[in-house]
Design a protein around this ligand. Structure first.
Ligand code: PLP
Length: 455
């Protein structure tokens, strides 16, 4: 082990890390480049990285790299570290738990933390009906289990998903995911009985459609091509994540949910990216008062530790036979301790309000930028889940190259941004919800400077 990696392994993160953008080398710097060389030799090339800057510590709104650069983090590890990296309450509870025991397998010998996370999910998810939950390792695994539960409950096979959907990288969730490259290409054959309906994507509709009209269009496809009697569940992201941070037209989600209720179909909200305070409410469904039958959660749930869950109506959750759900690591005690720390932080700091505050300040800045930059076709999102869609000026033709250049320019200037979207032309912003105002403002200054310099 080299001295620099030994040093970086002991760096301290958390909110006390100086909250500043500071570049001391080019990006990536020499130590990151050396690590990248080792990585290229040892790590399979199918696993990519947005920015090959190797991390020494992170916290609040910054990532400190192994060269001493401090970058403003507008990614949060893809909406995961919403409470900030190494959040104090997460670190405290994880440290205690890791000293007590690291694993027994909940299916072998249970423990309180798992029960407490399920109690919290039951309490926080939309609706005050009887609910239950089960815990897993990853978002994809949660989605798979939601489908298993819906099939067990209904005795039906078919699953409906939407255009631009992203649900994961396992076999079933690849089938449920819309975009071929990079998620599916060459990885088939895929699971059967998955059908795709048209999404409400207001910016890209040929004519203005209300939410109710877009829902009627989707329901028509579902009834004609699948049939309610064959349909176990409809799975939808209330705000599209990887698909481009699309907020469906108002009324779309309630109409789809109502049709599911009327037809005995389980309505599953995939809130893996949009949930846990990200959009300015505990769950994105809350904005329209939609009460899903099942909700999948993961990303923001456990402050960076791998944990996922399915939570919903008790009678649906209880449909699978005893022993039918589980997994060796699902609801690992250390991950549960992290989730309890993250949830306590969200409640104590009122992070839904923090997300709304970020959404207002960032949204205002992005809309002002859009007025001067005709290549920004739309500014959209909810709370601290905001994006800009880039197009050829005066058209709606996607401009993925420009999105890539802006993102790359931000990286060079010390701001970590992500792209997304079916056409790869959307820049998305996912700051931690404890991001200091001055850092967010500085990140937007950089974005503005980079963008206006490129168009
Ligand atoms: C990330 C994501 C998933 C998959 O989660 P993993 O933990 O990567 O398996 C599923 N659905 C949505 C909406 C996501 O954003």
């Amino acid at each position: 082990m080299t001295t620099e990696t030994a040093a970086s392994a002991t760096a301290t993160g958390g909110p006390d890390l100086p909250q500043e953008r500071r570049l001391v080398t080019e990006i990536p710097g020499p130590r990151s480049r050396a690590l990248h060389e080792r990585r290229t030799a040892a790590v399979a090339s199918g696993v990519g990285s947005t920015l090959p800057v190797y991390v020494a510590a992170a916290g609040g709104g910054v990532i400190l790299d192994v060269d001493g650069n401090s970058l403003i983090d507008l990614a949060s590890g893809i909406a995961v570290t919403s409470v900030g990296n190494s959040a104090p309450e997460v670190v405290r509870r994880v440290t205690e738990q890791v000293k007590a025991f690291t694993h027994t397998c909940f299916m072998v010998a249970p423990y309180e933390g798992y029960v407490e996370v399920c109690e919290a999910l039951v309490r926080l998810t939309p609706g005050d009906h009887a609910k239950k939950a089960a815990l897993f390792n990853s978002g994809a695994e949660a989605v798979e289990n939601a489908v298993k539960i819906a099939r067990a409950h209904t005795g039906r096979d078919a699953v409906v998903v939407f255009d631009h959907a992203y649900h994961g990288r396992t076999n079933l969730t690849m089938a449920m995911t819309s975009k071929n490259m990079p998620y599916k290409h060459g990885f088939g054959p895929f699971a059967g009985e998955v059908y795709r309906a048209p999404m409400s994507y207001p910016f890209r509709e040929a004519t203005d459609l209300t939410g109710a009209e877009a829902a009627a269009r989707a329901i028509d496809v579902i009834e004609k091509q699948v049939g309610a009697d064959n349909l176990a569940c409809v799975v939808i992201e209330p705000v599209l994540g990887e698909g481009g941070f699309v907020v469906p037209a108002e009324g779309f989600l309630p109409a789809i949910a109502q049709w599911c209720t009327d037809n005995g179909v389980v309505f599953v909200a995939d809130e893996i990216q949009s949930g846990m305070c990200r959009t300015g409410a505990w769950f994105a469904c809350d904005h329209e008062g939609v009460v899903p039958d099942l909700v999948t959660v993961a990303k923001g749930l456990a402050g960076g530790l791998p944990l996922a869950g399915v939570v919903g109506r008790a009678e649906i959750m209880d449909a699978p036979h005893a022993g039918g759900l589980g997994g060796t690591y699902g609801g690992n005690p250390v991950a549960c301790a992290a989730a309890l720390g993250a949830i306590a932080t969200m409640e104590q700091l009122d992070l839904p309000a923090a997300a709304r505050h970020i959404g207002e300040s960032m949204g205002g800045r992005l809309r002002a930028l859009a007025e001067n930059v005709p290549a920004i076709g739309e500014v959209r999102g909810r709370g601290a889940m905001l994006a800009i869609e880039l197009v050829k000026p005066g058209t709606k033709e996607p401009d993925a190259a420009l999105a890539g250049r802006i993102s790359g320019g931000c990286h060079q200037a010390g701001v970590l941004t992500l792209t997304c979207g079916t056409y790869g032309n959307v820049l998305r912003f996912l700051p931690s919800l404890v991001m200091p105002d001055h850092l967010l403002a500085e990140a937007l200054d950089v974005l503005e400077e980079v963008t206006t310099g490129l168009v």
